[in-house]
Design a binder for this molecule. Structure first.
Ligand SMILES: C[S@@+](CC[C@H](N)C(=O)[O-])C[C@H]1O[C@@H](n2cnc3c(N)ncnc32)[C@H](O)[C@@H]1O
Length: 365
């Protein structure tokens, strides 16, 4: 079985490592590849069938897709591959030509193996790159091809609002992919614990990527601009046993973070502090790890305040940070200035896709 796994752009390597860890616990044979066919934000897992023994000693097949949906912290979707193909030059094709190529390809695929004819289905699509067709065009043509193929076996049903089976069609550059989306309509990064919606919250998948980059070892951990608490909550949900601190300047967000932590069942694992990160040493004496998505100019309105805010924060951080910091921001100049002026070293830098932007991420010591 081939599973196409989606995640944020720029964290495919971390998602691959997570999937490899999870699959090795199952005792299956597997091969995991990041960015298959150079498609960003994707990981491909080829997995052998998995079995478990039930309470009556019977051998049963284990659903690897369900297992990954339930256990992964970095993935957005788990899609069972039906087929993928490179369509050379599809970007230049006129709409009718491009759509005919897709239709002919899909109509040859054994989709009847993935849906009972009586089950209502829908096609959701995703398109990225230069094409003369839209994602809506793709949904329609793929839906038509699947419908016609299933009509050979009975009377198929389409239900766009409440489908039992969701086919996912993607055209990324020249690569077309068709699969069955086992995750459903709500991406895994939308956590059920989010009862307070901060306007600039971080995706939970990216929060976990930042935690992986920080490699916290049980020592005190702080998110000094914690907003609605995404990073501390995800850390607590991983079973972190050390001290976890969520510092936030605005009471409304801090209350929201507490509500989220309560919904996540980790309210007691996190210390919530109302305060200013530019006066960090008044709130904590020392921490081993600091991980945060910093306020960006874009999101807080007054961009001119950012260099001063970062300079003051990193000068305070220098007084309390013992081991490692991980920070994500769009403000490259301001953060790099503040990092180096306060005696920190950049150990790692990468770009991560968040909210339609590529955002700079730094590991500092
Ligand atoms: C980008 S948001 C963090 C969002 C958070 N990671 C989440 O997922 O909800 C930055 C947060 O920093 C807070 N903030 C801004 N200036 C601050 C300061 N001086 N000290 C502490 N928090 C501050 C903002 O109120 C905002 O909630």
């Amino acid at each position: 079985m081939r599973l196409l796994l989606t995640t944020s752009q720029g964290i495919e390597d971390l998602a691959k490592a997570e999937v490899e860890n999870l699959l090795s616990e199952l005792g299956v044979s597997f091969r995991v590849e990041e960015r298959p066919l150079d498609v960003e934000g994707r990981v491909l897992a080829e997995v052998s069938e998995a079995f478990y023994t039930d309470e009556k000693g019977r051998k049963r097949e284990l659903s690897v897709s369900t297992y990954l949906n339930e256990r992964s912290r970095l993935l957005h979707r788990v899609i069972m591959e039906i087929a993928s193909e490179r369509f050379e030059g599809i970007g230049e094709d006129e709409p009718d030509v491009a759509l005919r190529r897709i239709e002919e390809f899909v109509s040859e695929l054994p989709v009847e193996r993935y849906v009972k004819v009586s089950e209502p289905f829908a096609v959701r699509s995703f398109r990225k790159g230069e094409h003369k067709i839209t994602s809506l065009d793709i949904s329609k043509i793929v839906g038509k091809a699947i419908f016609e193929r299933l009509s050979r076996f009975g009377t198929p049903k389409v239900n766009l609002d409440h489908p039992t089976v969701i086919f996912r069609a993607e055209l990324v550059g020249e690569v077309f992919f068709l699969g069955v989306d086992t995750t459903g309509d709500s991406s895994l990064h939308k956590r059920p614990w989010r009862v307070y919606d901060h306007p600039a919250h971080l995706k939970a998948s990216i929060a976990n990527a930042l935690i992986e980059l920080a490699e916290p070892d049980g020592g005190p951990f702080i998110d000094p601009f914690c907003g609605s608490g995404t990073i501390p909550i995800e850390l607590a949900l991983r079973g972190y046993e050390g001290r976890i601190i969520c510092l936030e300047k605005y009471r409304k967000h801090l209350r929201g973070a507490e509500m989220n932590a309560l919904a996540a069942g980790v309210r007691d694992r996190i210390e919530f502090l109302l305060g200013d990160a530019t006066r960090l040493s008044e709130h904590v004496e020392s921490v081993d790890f600091a991980v945060s998505n910093l306020p960006y100019g874009l999101k807080i309105g007054r961009k001119s305040m950012i260099p001063k805010l970062y300079a003051e924060f990193f000068s305070e951080l220098a007084n309390v940070l013992e081991k490692r910091g991980v920070f994500i921001t769009t403000e490259k100049r301001a953060i790099e200035g503040a990092i180096t002026e306060n005696g920190f070293q950049i150990k790692h830098h990468r770009l991560i896709g968040h909210g339609g932007l590529m955002v700079h991420t730094y590991v500092i010591e």
